[in-house]
Design a protein around this ligand. Structure first.
Ligand SMILES: O=P(O)(O)OC[C@H]1O[C@H](OP(=O)(O)OP(=O)(O)O)[C@H](O)[C@@H]1O
Ligand code: HPA
Ligand SMILES: [Mg+2]
Length: 179
């Protein structure tokens, strides 16, 4: 596992099973509708890739890049758009796909930003959520796992851009980030 990691919190098998479960629910919700899934770069790349392949509903995919964490383990609270959507979402059914909701600040900002573009519907699917870290309340329709308020890495999630390619979600040893 390497000395930088403290423990495996959610295994690859648990992630796969959860995404299959979420995909079945999303398929049922959007049957007969055109669905655009929007991945929030960079963290959501793994969830997007695996969730999209677990869905039976044909989807189109677009990406937004925002950043609020920089190189630290605390949200700066300031969300910057690094890359906007390529497509106009007016009148479309949009599902935002996230890796994690931590303080909720990123998603709260995204929901208001994308909501103002008048989509037909706007929902959220996230693999992880930290209920004890919430600074704003957000209505999230599909949640994979509620996790403790610890900094996690892997399966898209980084610490200073590292560890995104781990196939599981793990906790980082405090010495790595000065904890
Ligand atoms: O609920 P919050 O406290 O706002 O945190 C969640 C957001 O933070 C992470 O993104 P980050 O800004 O680190 O960019 P990245 O996806 O490129 O790593 C994560 O991917 C979410 O988008
Ligand atoms: O726990 C986390 N780990 C990695 N990136 C994050 N972005 C928000 N919370 C986290
Ligand atoms: Mg990050």
């Amino acid at each position: 596992m390497g000395s930088d990691l403290q423990s495996v919190l959610i295994s690859k098998e648990e992630i796969d099973a959860k995404l299959a479960e979420l995909a079945a629910k999303i398929d049922a919700e959007y049957a007969g509708k055109d669905l655009l899934i929007v991945g929030v770069l960079k963290g959501a790349v793994m969830v997007m890739a695996d969730l999209a392949r677990a869905l039976s509903t044909p989807v189109t995919m677009d990406w937004m890049a925002v950043s609020s964490y920089g190189a630290g383990t605390q949200s700066s609270g300031v969300v910057r758009i690094l890359k906007d959507l390529d497509t106009d979402i007016k009148g479309k059914h949009v599902l935002i796909v996230e890796d994690i909701i931590d303080s909720g600040l990123t998603l709260s900002w995204l929901l208001s930003n994308l909501g103002s573009r008048e989509p037909a519907s706007l929902e959220v699917c996230t693999l992880l959520r930290k209920p004890d870290a919430a600074k704003v309340a957000i209505d999230v329709k599909w949640i994979g796992f509620d996790i403790p308020n610890e900094f996690v890495v892997g399966y898209g999630l980084d610490f200073a851009e590292k560890y995104r390619n781990l196939p599981f979600v793990g906790t980082l040893a405090p010495h790595v980030y000065g904890g």
